[in-house]
Ligand binder design. Structure first.
Ligand code: CP
Length: 301
C-alpha cells in the first residue's frame, strides 16, 4: 500500500497503468467514495493548478478540504515553527496532507513525522511527482502510447522540478529517447544523466531547438524561474528558447507540445490554437490523475 508520495521513482509501470485506467474511468464523474475524509493542502509556495486541482479532485470524490495557501506568510512558520511540528499538528486534522514547500527534501521530512499520507506537491528544485504523472497521462491520452517516445525537454532543465520528475519516470519505459535543449549552464543535472545511463535510456544535449522540434513526438517546454535563477542568468537566458507558431507548424503529425504551466513568455500566444498545443488540456487532466491518486491512497489501493 502506498503511504507517502515523495518522488516518481516510487511508482512502477503496473501501478501507473492502474492509476491511469482509474483516472480515465473518473472522467466527468462525481462520487461520495471519500465521504468523511479530509484533505489538508499546505502551500508554502504559490500555486494555481496543483492546489486547486487537488482540492477539486477531493471535492469531486465527496471529501472535504482544509486549505492553507501562502503558508509561508499565514501559518505559524512565521513564528519559527518547523515543518515537522506543523505536520505533527495538521495530521490530527486531516486524513491526507498535500504539501508544497520551497526546500528540496521538505516532503520527505514531513513524511518522516506524519501519521497520515503526505503527497509532495513540489519541493524546491527537488521533485513534483504528481505533475509528472499527469504529464505522462497526457502523453498516453494524446499520443496513445508511453513506450517508443522521443521527448524533447526545453529551456530551464537545471532547476525545473517537474521535468526532472518526468525524466525519472520515463526511465521506466522502453525505447525512450530524450533530447535536452538548453544553454550549457541550464542543462539537466548529473543525477538525471546518471539515472538515464543506468537505465540505458538514450539521450543527447543540444541548443538546436528548431531541428529538435521537427523530430520529437513530445516537446516539453519549461518556464525560466526567477525564483531560482540569478538575475544575470534570467536576463541572459530567458528569451533563448521561445516557441513560436512557425516552429509548431513544423512539428510532426500527431506530435504534441506540453508545458506544466504557468508560462511566462516561452510559448507565444499564437501557438495556443495549434493542433499540437495540448498544455491547457494537460492541466485539465490533472484533476483526473489526482482523483485517481487520492482514491488509491485513501482507499488503501
Ligand atoms: N504546474 C504547476 O505546478 O502549477 P502551479 O504552480 O500553478 O501549481
Amino acid at each position: 500500500m502506498l503511504q507517502h508520495l515523495i518522488e516518481t521513482q516510487q511508482f512502477d509501470r503496473e501501478a501507473l497503468s492502474r492509476l491511469f485506467s482509474l483516472a480515465t474511468s473518473l472522467e466527468n464523474k462525481r462520487e461520495r467514495t471519500l465521504d468523511g475524509k479530509i484533505l489538508a493542502s499546505l502551500f508554502f509556495e504559490p500555486s494555481t493548478r496543483t492546489r486547486l486541482s487537488f482540492e477539486s479532485a477531493m471535492m469531486r470524490l465527496g471529501g472535504d478540504v482544509l486549505s492553507m495557501e501562502n503558508a509561508n506568510e499565514n501559518s505559524s512558520s512565521t513564528k519559527g515553527e518547523t515543518i515537522e511540528d506543523t505536520i505533527r499538528i495538521v495530521d490530527n486534522y486531516a486524513d491526507i496532507i498535500v504539501l508544497r514547500h520551497p526546500e528540496a527534501g521538505a516532503a520527505e521530512r514531513a513524511a518522516k513525522v506524519s501519521e497520515v499520507p503526505v503527497i509532495n506537491a513540489g519541493d524546491g528544485t527537488g521533485q513534483h511527482p504528481t505533475q509528472a504523472f499527469l504529464d505522462l497521462y497526457t502523453i498516453q491520452r494524446e499520443i496513445g502510447r508511453t513506450d517508443g517516445i522521443h521527448i524533447a525537454f526545453v529551456g530551464n532543465l537545471k532547476y525545473y522540478r517537474s521535468s526532472r520528475s518526468l525524466a525519472y519516470l520515463l526511465g521506466k519505459y522502453n525505447d525512450i529517447k530524450m533530447t535536452f535543449v538548453a544553454a550549457p549552464e541550464l542543462q539537466v543535472k548529473d543525477d538525471i544523466k546518471e539515472y538515464l545511463n543506468e537505465k540505458k535510456v538514450s539521450f543527447e544535449q543540444t541548443e538546436d531547438l528548431g531541428a529538435t522540434m521537427k523530430a520529437a513526438d513530445v516537446v516539453y517546454q519549461t518556464r525560466m524561474q526567477k525564483e531560482w535563477m540569478s538575475e544575470d542568468e534570467y536576463n541572459r537566458l530567458s528569451k533563448q528558447f521561445v516557441i513560436t507558431r512557425p516552429m509548431t507548424d513544423a512539428m510532426r503529425d500527431g506530435a504534441i507540445l506540453i508545458h506544466p504551466l504557468p508560462r511566462a513568455g516561452e510559448i507565444a500566444p499564437e501557438v495556443d490554437d495549434s493542433p499540437h498545443a495540448v498544455y491547457f488540456k494537460q492541466a485539465g487532466y490533472g484533476v483526473l490523475v489526482r482523483m485517481a491518486l487520492l482514491k488509491t491512497i485513501l482507499n488503501g489501493g
